[in-house]
Design a protein around this ligand. Structure first.
Ligand SMILES: *Cc1c(COP(=O)(O)O)cnc(C)c1O
Length: 376
C-alpha cells in the first residue's frame, strides 16, 4: 500500500505519491528528505516571500546558500585551504576541455589512464588541445580491470595525469589513489564523489557533475589547487577559466542557483547521515550484498575483476539475454526502475548512489532471486 512503511511508496507533503527505487545512473535518485525540504521551501524560502529560484544571485539569500554549500562540501571532504571550490556549468563534459585549457601551463602534453568509456571521452576532447599520451589502458581487457600502477608509462613532461576513479558504465572503480609524483593528478569523480572519504591533498584537481551523487543536473563541482590556476590559455572562455571564476566566487555569470541550493541540501543531508565515513560503511554494505547475490548465482554475472568493482554502479548480465526484457518489465512493475544497462554494453546496471536506501538494494536482491526461481 502506498504510504506503508514497508513499501517504497510514501507520503510527500499533502499528496500521496508512490516513490520507486530508481536505479538510474544519472540523473539519479535524490534523498527523499531533501525533496521534502525543497518542496516545503519551494514557494516561500525561509519567509523571504519568494522561491530560491526566483532570487538574485547577488542577493544576501542566495549568497548565504552558496557560501554554506561551499563550507559544507569543504567540511565533508576536508578540502585544504590552498584549494578553491568552484560551482560551474557545462557538466563534466565541459571539464574535459577546460582541464587542458587551464592546466597545460605552457606544456604540450598530458597523460591519460583509460579504464572505460568516460576516460575515452575525456581523451577525445583533450586531443583538440594537447598531445595526449595514453599512459595505461585496460581496453585489451574490455575495460573490466585497472592496469597496475607499476605498468603505467607516465611521461616526464606531462602537465598532469588524468584518470577516471569510477567508470560509471563499466562499473570499474579505483580503491586506491595513484601516486604520480610531482605531476598533478586530475580525477573525474562524477559518479563517486561523497561516496567515501577522500584525501584531496593528493590531487591537483577533482571534478564532478552533480547529477549522480550531489544533486540535480546543472552544476559541476571543481576543486582545484590554487597554484595550478592563473595560466589558462588566453582563448579560454571566461566561464571556464578557473582563476576568473575563483575570483568571482563562481559568479562570473548567473550561476545555476537552484541546482546549487539543492546540492547544498544534499551536503547537509550527508552530514546528518554522519559524513563520508558513515556513507562509506552503508555504501560498502549495499554493494557487498548485491555482488554477493550475483556471485552466488549462475543465472547472473558481473564481469569486473573483484579488486576494482564499483561501489556505485553494479552492471550485471543474465546468462540468458532472451530474458532481459521480461526481467526489466517485472522489475518496473515491482517499483525497481531504470535497471537497463548502458546502450554500449547491454545487460543490466544498478546504480546505488548515496541516495539509494539499503532497503532498495534488498528489494532488488529479493526480486532477482525470485525471478531466477521462476525462470532458471
Ligand atoms: C555522467 C558522467 C560524465 C558526464 O557528465 P555530464 O554532466 O553529462 O557532462 C562524465 N564522467 C563520468 C565519470 C560520468 O559518470
Amino acid at each position: 500500500m502506498p504510504g506503508d512503511r514497508d513499501h517504497p511508496g510514501c507520503l510527500i507533503g499533502e499528496s500521496l505519491m508512490s516513490r520507486v527505487y530508481n536505479f538510474s545512473a544519472g540523473p539519479a535518485m535524490l534523498p527523499e528528505a531533501v525533496l521534502q525540504q525543497a518542496q516545503a521551501e519551494l514557494p516561500d524560502w525561509h519567509g523571504a516571500g519568494a522561491s530560491m529560484m526566483e532570487m538574485s544571485h547577488r542577493g544576501k539569500e542566495f549568497v548565504s546558500v552558496h557560501a554554506e554549500a561551499e563550507r559544507d562540501i569543504r567540511d565533508l571532504l576536508g578540502v585544504p585551504d590552498n584549494y578553491s571550490v568552484l560551482f560551474l556549468q557545462g557538466g563534466a563534459t565541459a571539464q574535459f576541455a577546460a582541464i587542458p585549457m587551464n592546466l597545460l601551463r605552457g606544456k604540450r602534453k598530458a597523460d591519460y589512464i583509460l579504464t572505460g568509456s568516460w576516460g575515452e571521452k575525456a581523451v577525445h576532447e583533450a586531443r583538440k588541445y594537447c598531445d595526449v599520451h595514453v599512459a595505461a589502458s585496460s581496453e585489451d581487457l574490455q575495460f573490466t580491470a585497472i592496469p597496475a600502477r607499476d605498468r603505467w608509462t607516465l611521461s616526464t613532461d606531462a602537465a598532469y595525469v588524468h584518470y577516471t576513479p569510477n567508470e560509471t558504465i563499466g562499473g570499474v572503480e579505483y580503491h586506491w589513489v595513484p601516486d604520480t609524483g610531482d605531476t598533478p593528478l586530475v580525477g573525474d569523480f562524477s559518479s563517486t564523489i561523497l561516496s567515501r572519504p577522500l584525501d584531496v591533498s593528493r590531487f591537483g584537481l577533482i571534478y564532478a557533475g552533480a547529477q549522480k551523487n550531489i544533486g540535480p543536473a546543472g552544476v559541476t563541482v571543481v576543486i582545484v589547487r590554487n597554484d595550478l590556476m592563473g595560466n589558462a590559455w588566453s582563448t579560454t572562455p571566461g566561464v571556464f577559466d578557473y582563476a576568473q571564476q575563483a575570483k568571482a566566487d563562481s559568479m562570473l555569470n548567473t550561476p545555476p542557483t537552484y541546482a546549487v541550493y539543492m546540492a547544498g541540501l544534499v551536503f547537509q543531508w550527508v552530514k546528518k547521515q554522519g559524513g563520508l565515513a558513515a556513507m562509506a560503511a552503508i555504501n560498502m554494505r549495499k554493494a557487498q550484498k548485491l555482488y554477493a547475490a550475483i556471485d552466488a548465482s549462475s543465472f547472473y554475472s558481473n564481469p569486473v575483476e573483484r579488486s576494482c568493482r564499483s561501489l556505485m554502479n553494479v552492471p550485471f548480465v543474465l546468462a540468458n539475454p532472451a530474458l532481459d526484457n521480461e526481467f526489466l518489465s517485472g522489475a518496473t512493475a515491482a517499483g525497481l526502475t531504470t535497471l537497463k544497462g548502458h546502450r554500449s554494453v547491454g545487460g543490466m546496471r544498478a546504480s546505488i548512489y548515496n541516495a539509494m536506501p539499503e532497503a532498495g538494494v534488498d528489494a532488488l536482491i529479493h526480486y532477482m532471486a525470485d525471478f531466477e526461481k521462476r525462470n532458471a
